[in-house]
Design a protein around this ligand. Sequence first.
Ligand code: C2E
Ligand code: CA
Ligand code: CA
Length: 562
Amino acid sequence: MKRFRTISNFKKRVLIVDDEDINRQILGNMLSETYDVDFACDGKEAWERLNEDGSDYSLILSDLLMPVMDGFELIEKVKADPVLKAVPIIVITSDKESEVRSIKLGAADFIKKPFGMPDVILARCERIIELYEDNTIIRSAEKDHVTGLYTRDLFFEYVRQIEVHQKTLDMDCLVFNIDHFHLVNEMYGRETGDAILKKVADTITEVMEEHASLACRTEGDSFYLYCEHQEKYEALMDRITEMVGSDQGPAKIRLRAGVYQDADLSLDPETMFDRAKLACDRIKGDYTVTVAYYNKELYQKAIYQEHLIENIDQSIEDEDFKVYFQPKYDITGDTPKLRSAEALIRWNHPELGMISPGEFIPLFESNGLIQKVDNFVWNKAASCIREWKDKYGYSVPVSVNVSRIDIFDSKLEEKLQNILKNNGITEKDLMLEITESAYSDNADSLTEVANRLRDRGFMIEMDDFGSGYSSLNMITTLPIDVLKLDMKFVRNMEKDEKSLKLVELIIGIAGFLDVPVVAEGVETESQLLKLKKMGCQVIQGYYFSRPVPASEFEEFIKKECV
Ligand code: C2E
Ligand code: CA
Ligand code: CA
C-alpha cells in the first residue's frame, strides 16, 4: 500500500516487463538514456513492484505471453486500480489478435516484436507519456496542496479499493486532530499554521513508513489514516507528538487521535471514519489522554445522542420539555423571604422518560441546538411571570440560563426584548444567568454583550463562580449584578477548611463591591447558617425546595401574597 505515496522524480520512470532477458536488454538500452528504467520478469513481479511505488511510473512496457502472470492479467489489474490506472501501458506483441485484445483492455499502444528502429520506439514512448500527462495533472489536483497528502475524496476512493482487493487484512481507521488549531492560525498567522499541518502530515507519513498505510487531510486540522491493525497507538502518538514538537517554532500544539480498530469492512469508509472521529471528539479538551478507542459503549452513546437530537423539535412542539422553578431565598432577615427563582429545563421524553439536563444540555451546547431549548425556556418563564402577575398581582423575578452560543447571537437582545414585549413584562422580571466559564473563554466579547444587556436594564448573574478559571479580581472588572457561588464550594465547605476560607473570601470581596452572592446547592440548615454568618444574602437549594413545576411554584407566590 505504500505505493500511494507519490514522489515525482526528475527523470521519468519506466517499467519494462518481459520474461526474456534479451528483450529486456534491448528495450532497456533504447530507453535508459531518456528514462529511469526498471525491469520485471513477469506480470506478478511487475504487479509487486507497482504496488510498492507504482504511481511513480510514467509508463509500463509489457510483454503479453509470460509465465506466472501474463500481460493481459497485468493490464486488467493495473486498469482496475484507482492510482495505477493513470499509468499508460504499451504492450510488446507479435500477433495482431493480441493487439486488439490488449487495446480493449486499456493498453495505450503496442510495439511489435522483433523491435524496429530505436528512434521510433523512443518517440512512441514519449508520445504516450505526453498524452497521459493530463492524467498526472488531474492527479496532482487531487492532492492537498498544503500537505501533499491525498484529498478526502480520493482517500475514500482508495480505501474502497483496498477493501475490494484486500479483504483479508485487519485494518484500523484513525482520525487525528490538533487541539485549538484555529488559535495557532490566529496567533501566528496562516503560514505558520500551514507549516504545522505539513509537518504533521510528513511526520505521520514517516512514522507509518514501515506499515501499510494511507493518509489524507480532511477539513482544516483533521488527518485520516487507514492502516494495518496495531494493538496500541499510544507509543506511536508519543513519537508523532515529539517529532512534530521538535521544530514547530513558537506555537505549541497538541495532537489527539481517535481509533476505530479492526474496521468492519462491510461498512462504507465514511461510516468507519465517523467512528474514529467520534472517539477523537470524545477526548477533545481532555489533556490527560491523547488516544481514544472507539467501542460499543461509545457507539451506543452516539446512537442515543442522535436520537435526542432528532427528537428536539417534536418535543418542543409537544411540550415534552417542561420548565421547572427553583426558589431563591433572601436570608438576611430573621425569616427567609422569597426573592426570585431560577428556571430549569426538564425533558419528559415520550420513550426515554425523564432525562436530566446534565445529559442533553452539554450535547445541545456542542451543536448549537441549545438555542432552541433556551428560547423555549425564556418564553415559558416569561409567560408564567405574566400569568402570576395577572392572577396574584405579584411575581418574583425569574432567572433564565443563557448559553455561550446565545451570547454570540447577534439577535440576542432583539429576541429577549420581543419576549418581554409579548408578555408585557420588564427587564427586571427576567434575569440572565451566564456561566463563569463563558467569561473566561472570551472575556472581551462577553463583557461587551453583558454591558449592552445591562444598559437595557437586564440584571446579569454570573453562574457557577469558581468552577472555571476566572481569578478573584475578575469580579472587580466584569459587568455583573449578582454572583452565584459554584455548588462545589457549598458542598466542600464543611469538609475542608480551605473551601470555607475561600467562600469567606469571595463573599467578602463581593460585599466590598456591593455585589450580592447567591449560594447554590444548599441542602442543610448548618450550611445555611454558616453562609449567613459569612454575609451571603441569597440561598438556592434543596433546603428550601427542589426545582418544581410551574403549578407547584405558584404556591410559593401565593404564600408571599398573604
Ligand atoms: P445550573 O445553572 O448551575 O443549575 C443549578 C443546578 O443545581 C440544577 O440542576 C439544580 O436542580 C441543581 N440544584 C439546585 N439545588 C440543589 C441542591 O441543593 N443540591 C443539589 N445536588 N443540586 C441542586 P439541573 O436542573 O440538573 O441543571 C443542571 C445544569 O443544566 C444547570 O446548572 C444548567 O447549567 C443547565 N441547565 C438547566 N436548565 C437549562 C436551560 O434552560 N438552559 C441552559 N442553557 N442550561 C440549563
Ligand atoms: Ca444557572
Ligand atoms: Ca449554577
